[in-house]
Write a protein that binds this ligand. Sequence first.
Ligand code: AN0
Ligand code: CP
Length: 317
Amino acid sequence: MKNFTSVDDIQDLAGLVALAKAVKAAPFANQELGKNKTLGLLFFNPSLRTRLSTQKAALNLGMHPIVMNLNTEGWTLEFEDGVVMDGTASEHIKEAAQVVSQYCDIIAIRSFPTLTDKEKDEEEYVISAFKKYASVPVISLEGSTEHPLQAVADALTIEEFKAKPRPKVVLTWAPHPKALPHAVPNSFVKIMKKADVDFIITHPEGYELNPEFTEGVTITHNQDEAFKDADFIYAKNWSSYIDYGKITSKDSSWTITPEKMALTDNGKFMHCLPVRRNMIVNDAVLDSDSSIVIQQANNRTWAAQAIITKILEDDGK
Ligand code: AN0
Ligand code: CP
């Protein structure tokens, strides 16, 4: 594996999930692999899970992680080519990416979308620029259109908790007060398409995701119908894609309640976290045994460790 910036970079999902299970069972078995190597984590946005679990994964592999909050502590970067830099940006990504490549063996980046400039977001202009100018492998810690490390943790969690060979998995929209990105649902859709599951998406009208991601997936606007006999409920808010970055509904009838969970087949509740209680999901669900969000967050370490292992083993090939 050269870079990991999309679920599309996964050649063999079953093999990757098996590797994640193996590193979970023996976290320190491969400490020579990362010896004397450095993982650089660059954050343009906040994080709890991604920041800590990816560092932990690196440490488990004997690697040294170094972390920087680029948006608050670094120079403002310019991403356009050929511009006169007479504005706020002090440094061009061309130099920045080459310089960081000399300090790090892998560069990992978190960069959320603008949610105002669809074209720029879809180009993944930050992560793409790092890929273009860096001389080492690049990992996405959530870009503007995908969150692939989250998706690997999600696939591992479903694999661990499934009670039947082909479980029914539902991705449901839920309300939120702020406009959120599409990266988590997009990557979840992509990985569920590769997994051995019955997959269905439910959301209010107007919340269609980019059809390039959802092509071939059953979509319904009837949440209750979708929940029937489900084994996993994966809740997530996202802003409108059609009315790009806008909140067109905060309909509280889409909040996940115990009554809705009762429609499922003893279904498990999943969310990538951070989650807003009693907006996305009621306390009674999140605090119940059906919630596996904490175990899901634990799997972020093993997903990251599996990906870093693949990159180091292939030496970025
Ligand atoms: C982000 C999002 O929805 O993409 C990060 C989730 C991992 N969530 C928030 O900003 C609340
Ligand atoms: N799920 C996730 O990526 O969480 P953080 O934003 O806290 O990293």
